[in-house]
Design a protein around this ligand. Structure first.
Ligand code: ZN
Length: 298
């Protein structure tokens, strides 16, 4: 590993029981296996559970048993991805499952017994009231996949928005998105809500509002750096210099040259600030090159 790491936050040693459990607000619990996380809420009328992470179902059951004997009444899927809801079937019996209608559509198509199809769906907005707790479900549009919703607890000022802005980290490879612009719109929409703490689906701890703002800043900085790199790197020059006669390969070399320049522009500020920079920054630049060649900002 010749290139040194940038910012790092080490995962703390997990307790013997194998998970971290933290009460974020009264009766609102954050569960993490160190890398993935989710939320459950205990109310006088039963438990509201979100995203049973693949492979952690038995631990999640233990964690819930630490704080309540009440049954689960409602299960929310933030989105259909296997890694986040792959243990849903362990919790589904007699439970109402709610998710976005696009999530339902995808799960109907996958026919995966590990991820039971939600019985209740919605389009733009929905809300659950259970035992005096209000949970708002908001769909900001496609971003990290279709059907990726926010779970908002207005009384507790807590937000859950998964796979979009892991605290102190650049976004995942190539932004892990079906619509990069939509993903930014989603983050801006999230930041209009009144919350102090958010659950990102990843990391051993929840995030602070300022940490979501920081990641959004990175999204915008990488977009700007890419636009600047595209101005600096001349496509004809790159193609003339190329050793290849394969036009597709020449095009690939242009993308690589732009990504390298964009990475160089971002590095001084962002490598010391966010984890994952060395692994993913060039890929972010690449995603923006594709966007800028085919889109204009709406
Ligand atoms: Zn995901």
């Amino acid at each position: 590993m010749a290139v040194p790491d940038g910012y790092i936050e080490l995962i703390p040693t997990l307790p013997k029981k194998g998970y971290l459990l933290q009460e974020l607000a009264k009766d609102v619990y954050f569960f993490s296996n160190g890398v993935y996380n989710n939320l459950f809420i205990v109310t006088s009328e039963g438990v509201i559970l979100t995203d049973p992470i693949r492979g952690t179902g038995p631990l999640l059951k233990k964690a819930m048993a630490e704080v309540t004997t009440f049954p689960i009444k409602v299960m929310i899927y933030t989105h259909p991805h296997l890694d986040h809801i792959g243990d849903a079937s362990l919790f589904a019996e007699g439970v109402k499952i709610i998710a976005h209608k696009e999530t339902q559509k995808l799960l109907q198509r996958y026919k995966d017994p590990a991820r039971p199809v939600p019985q209740i769906t919605f389009g733009e907005k929905s809300a659950i009231e259970l035992g005096g707790v209000r949970v708002e479900l908001i769909y900001p549009g496609d971003g990290h996949g279709k059907g990726n919703i926010m779970v908002y607890l207005p009384q507790k000022k807590i937000l859950m928005f998964v796979d979009v802005a892991t605290p102190k980290s650049v976004p995942f490879k190539n932004f892990s998105t079906v619509d990069i612009y939509g993903q930014i719109v989603g983050l801006k929409r999230a930041l209009q809500l009144d919350f102090e703490t958010y659950v990102a689906g990843h990391l051993y701890r929840p995030g602070k509002r300022s940490e979501m703002e920081e990641v959004l800043k990175y999204y915008l900085a990488s977009k700007r750096a890419n636009a600047e790199a595209m101005r600096r790197v001349n496509i004809r020059e790159v193609m003339q210099k190329s050793q290849s006669k394969d036009i597709e390969r020449k095009m690939g070399e242009y993308y690589e040259a732009v990504a390298e320049e964009c990475y160089r522009l971002l590095k001084p500020e962002w490598k010391p600030r966010l984890m994952g920079f060395e692994a993913f920054a060039r890929g972010h630049c690449d995603t923006w090159t594709a966007f800028h060649r085919t889109h204009k900002d709406p």
